[in-house]
Design a protein around this ligand. Sequence first.
Ligand SMILES: [Zn+2]
Length: 128
Amino acid sequence: MAGRNGYDAFSMFLLVAAMVLLILARVFYRAPFLAVVFQLGSWAALIYCIWRVLSRDLYKRQRENAKYYEKQQAVLRWFRSLKDRWQQRKEYKFFRCPSCHALLRVPRGKGKLLLTCRKCGNRFERKS
Ligand SMILES: [Zn+2]
């Protein structure tokens, strides 16, 4: 394996994705078109994974892996924010700014409020 990329986080993700797609192909065996699509997707992910592991272009593979980490962190951040909002749902109400879609948090039960977006300065009225 000298000079090869080897296993990294993105390769591991591809391997897991290939297995999940293979399971989905089994689950949807009554829908032949879907099963074939899942099976082809599984093979594509597996072949790409093996190709990445054996690749000698370390710079490109490391950049792909870094991009994968960024996307993974974005997904984890989104889930964390969802969890935080769920935990705070009784004390706070959450609104999206109509112009920039930033998330605003206001205390519940304060009646009609004139909200000012911190990101863009847009003002709008909402009932809390
Ligand atoms: Zn805004």
